[in-house]
Design a protein around this ligand. Structure first.
Ligand SMILES: Cc1cc2nc3c(=O)[nH]c(=O)nc-3n(C[C@H](O)[C@H](O)[C@H](O)COP(=O)(O)O)c2cc1C
Length: 324
């Protein structure tokens, strides 16, 4: 069955499925696995320490796949500069970049004219329109179901996706809470030309940096398993609920400012959980879709499951149309 959409044509991929940036988790192995499976894998640049590391990951992806891949830039992290990292992506002629976390203008201007496709992750229609005006080739719209940073307005993927689709003239990629073929088809029905997933890719074999304890916590997740921290800092983000996030929420409730929260929400605390499995000494981002994740397949097996389920839905819809 043909899965050509505006997004597959834009990015030169087989299936309209993008692996979102995953802080401290998505480097060459995962990115290449996703691209080899027919989607777009991405290296998360801002988790790397310097330009040389980024260059190495880009080179490694190219040894593992000849398919297109992306480099993700989560900018706006407490003034950390990103220009030197973006320059590496330009110098290495990467096919796609994505940007999130702050005003994308600087990044988009830098890559303009370099034959690099530009994706912007947004969480509100106003941001989507701005991204389009700044020259984004497509917008990824993340609803509050999603893992990691989400929008301040708690808009769901189901509401935000069709709204943004009405507001912009560039392809929309739905993100947040999508883990399977049902999610892919629902996103398409809402007007999206593709999907982006984060949490689902953590529970795969090729997400080699995620500790098994973290993957298992995603598999064990129920309806209550995630919570939103950092809301009082104006940067809401969804994580697996544990004692650490309870402490963060308590500190937030008591008016704790950035200085008070800093060590609790740091990259170091994040890595203690996700790399070392120390569940009481840190936190791990995950979306509500964790509820529906029950296994740790290879990325290729995951793509086969998603496409097979989505194909069944397409057949079913065709049958219904014929019957009417
Ligand atoms: C562990 C984790 C880390 C993330 N890190 C980044 C990041 O560095 N850059 C980025 O653009 N998005 C990041 N995100 C957001 C994802 O790319 C994606 O938009 C989100 O996970 C979609 O929701 P889902 O988790 O329900 O699939 C992260 C998400 C998770 C779960």
């Amino acid at each position: 069955m043909n899965w050509t959409t505006k997004v597959t044509e834009l990015l030169h991929i087989k299936y309209p499925i993008i692996q979102g940036g995953l802080a401290y988790l998505s480097y060459a192995d995962l990115a290449a696995a996703v691209s080899n499976a027919g989607g777009l894998g991405q290296i998360t640049a801002m988790s790397l320490e310097n330009e040389e590391q980024l260059r190495q990951e880009i080179n490694k992806v190219r040894t593992l796949t000849d398919k297109p891949f992306g480099v993700n830039f989560a900018i706006g992290q407490h003034g950390r500069r990103y220009e030197h990292m973006v320059q590496v992506a330009i110098d290495e002629h990467v096919p796609v970049i994505s940007v999130t976390g702050g005003n994308p203008k600087g990044v988009l201007e830098m890559v303009d004219g370099h034959n690099i496709k530009k994706l912007v992750l947004v969480a509100a229609r106003r941001q989507a329109v701005k991204a389009m005006e700044l020259g984004a080739d497509a917008v990824m719209v993340v609803g509050h179901e999603g893992g990691g940073h989400i929008g301040r307005a708690d808009m769901s993927t189901f509401v935000l996706t069709p709204q943004v689709n009405d507001d912009v003239d560039i392809p929309v990629i739905a993100s947040g809470g999508i883990v399977d073929g049902k999610g892919l088809m629902a996103a398409m029905a809402l007007g999206a030309e593709g999907i982006e997933m984060g949490t689902r890719f953590i529970a795969t074999k090729e997400c080699v940096d995620a500790h098994l304890v973290y993957k298992q916590a995603i598999i064990d997740a129920d309806e209550e398993a995630t919570t939103v921290i950092k809301r009082t800092l104006g940067m809401p983000a969804r994580a697996l609920k544990n004692k650490w996030t309870d402490t963060i929420l308590e500190l937030e409730k008591n008016g704790g400012d950035y200085g008070t929260l800093k060590n609790y929400i740091s990259g170091e605390a994040n890595r203690q959980y996700i790399h070392h499995g120390k569940v009481d000494e840190g936190f791990g981002w995950a979306g509500q879709g964790a509820l529906r994740i029950q296994n740790i397949p290879t990325v290729d097996e995951l793509f086969k499951m998603i496409i097979s389920d989505a194909t069944k839905i397409r057949h079913k819809w065709g049958w219904r149309v014929i019957k009417q």
